[in-house]
Design a binder for this molecule. Structure first.
Ligand SMILES: [Zn+2]
Length: 84
């Protein structure tokens, strides 16, 4: 599934969400200020350390922006736990 990048309209916090295209249309709320997050037009550059947050983890993770595969596996693992 593709990764979607969101930026909080209130505090500019960034968040990456990996989900189906239909799910990307569901509004995302910022975990820092509960503001509404907007879709970022493009992915952060590979030099940027982004905050990865699937909304299910107890804390956010900071990883290099090119670690999408690792993040996907992490998300998939947690989704499996949620639905089991
Ligand atoms: Zn925010």
């Amino acid at each position: 599934m593709p990764a979607y990048h969101f930026v909080c309209g209130s505090c500019q916090a960034q968040r990456t969400r990996i989900c189906a295209p239909e799910e990307s249309k569901i509004p995302v709320l910022c975990r820092l200020c509960t503001g509404v997050m907007d879709r970022a037009p493009s992915a952060p550059t590979s030099q940027v350390v982004e905050v990865l947050d699937n909304g299910l983890m107890g804390r956010v993770l900071q990883r290099p922006a090119d670690a999408e595969r690792i993040h996907y596996e992490h998300v998939h693992h947690h989704e499996g736990l949620k639905h089991s």
